[in-house]
Design a protein around this ligand. Structure first.
Ligand code: ADP
Ligand code: MG
Length: 387
């Protein structure tokens, strides 16, 4: 029998995490800081989270033996990514507490279901067409071009996406994806990208983190800036209300992020939902009283949510494997961390990944400073060292 929503798991209990990546690792750190133990289920050995968890189950996400082993350790399981098979979560949920639920994950792991759901809540999404066949592309509204073709499943960090100017280019991209279901989305004129990171406890209470402004390079998040730029309060409020509507509509419990586009004409468009802590919420680790990972722990354990107050303006810079090759050579060379750490307000978070590869997220840096001018100055210095 799963735990009732009102049941609290005291520190000392073991919490479960599906997925061994960096988000799972930072969950482990937050859980351990509160006195919990963590069991990680992950298919590969030596994963970032597996290395720091008390217990590790190396198993495929849909392997019954692995799932049963996980069940032997814990009464509550969460995930660090949306591509865990919904069927596995459903199986676990018959015996233990699961957040997010299988039903939520089934919606957000498929861009078609996700967009259909968001639009059903009266929240604007980019104009799009569902693409299952080449004929769907040929029939697609011409006003969608220039467009982005996105595979409906398993895309991340701009992977499984192609920018296309015509039906012919779209057909070519569709074939290169193996003709899997896709969405063809109009390319929108973006003024800003922002995200709302929030937590909802099993008691129904909601805590919103301050809105961050995100910059992407090559489809990968590069930076999040919080407490520096003015965001139009009406847009900010609309984004927060839309995120809450999505959480309530999904009957969501846990940490959730909604990415939004603010268009040139100030219209707000919802892009995608992450049913977990998100890269754009990493700034919370040093900028807020409780981080997004601590909130994830608190929700899973049935504890009250923490305060999301912003302590000071913060810039989060992602560290990609590219920084190991910034000198131009083919040999990976460790960045000059001592120089980074010599700068005031720098908080370095590395994920313990064995090998640096271009485009791979290796860590992030939160630069915190009460003075926005100084903050920007030191963030530039960090960036110069890394690039
Ligand atoms: P991922 O799952 O890789 O994060 P996204 O749909 O968020 O996929 O796309 C990655 C980035 O590509 C976005 O953050 C944005 O910068 C850009 N992008 C995506 N869709 C659009 C669009 N319709 N118009 C303009 N830019 C877009
Ligand atoms: Mg995205």
């Amino acid at each position: 029998e799963p735990l009732p929503y009102s049941a609290i798991l005291q520190p000392g209990h073991t919490l479960g995490m599906m997925g061994g990546g960096q988000l799972g690792r930072m969950f482990c750190h937050a859980a351990q800081s509160l006195g919990y133990k963590v069991v990680v289920l992950e298919p590969t050995e030596e994963s970032p989270a597996g290395r720091v968890a008390e217990y590790e189950v190396v198993s495929a996400y849909d392997d019954m033996k692995g799932l049963d082993t996980l069940l032997s350790y814990t009464q509550a399981v969460t995930t660090e990514f949306e591509n865990v098979p919904a069927a596995s979560l459903k199986y676990l949920s018959s015996q233990i507490r699961i957040s997010p639920s299988a039903a939520v994950v089934a919606v957000v792991q498929d861009r078609i279901a996700e967009k259909t759901f968001i639009a059903s809540q009266g929240i604007p999404v980019a104009p799009y067409a569902e693409i299952r066949t080449i004929e769907d592309l040929e029939k697609a509204d011409n006003t969608l071009f220039p467009a982005i073709l996105k595979a409906a499943r398993l895309g991340y960090d701009g992977k499984g996406q192609a920018r296309v100017k015509s039906v012919a280019e779209a057909v070519e991209a569709f074939k290169s994806f193996g003709e899997v279901p896709c969405v063809l989305e109009a390319m929108l004129p973006l003024k800003k990208e922002v995200s709302v990171v929030m937590a909802r406890g099993f008691d129904g209470k909601i805590a919103l983190f301050p809105i961050g402004v995100n910059t992407h390079i090559n489809g990968i998040l590069s930076s999040s800036v919080v407490g520096v730029e003015e965001i139009d309060p009406t847009i900010e409020k609309a984004a927060q209300e839309a995120a809450i509507k999505i959480a309530l509509g999904l009957n969501y419990f846990g940490v959730m992020c909604v990415e939004f586009f603010i268009l040139e004409d100030n219209r707000l468009v919802a892009n995608e939902i992450a049913p977990r802590p998100h890269n754009s919420g990493h700034y919370t680790m040093n900028a807020c009283l409780s981080s997004q990972f601590e909130q994830q722990v608190r929700v899973l354990a049935g504890m009250p949510l923490g305060s999301t107050d912003l302590l000071a303006p913060t810039i989060m810079l992602n560290i990609l494997g590219d920084s190991w090759f910034a000198h131009g050579g083919e040999q990976a060379i460790e960045p000059d961390w001592a120089s980074v750490l010599a700068l005031p307000g720098v908080n370095l978070h590395l994920y313990g990944k064995a090998e640096a590869r271009k485009g791979r997220k290796m860590g992030h840096i939160n630069i915190v400073n009460k003075d926005p001018q100084q903050l920007i100055y030191y963030a530039r210095q960090v960036s110069d060292i890394l690039h």
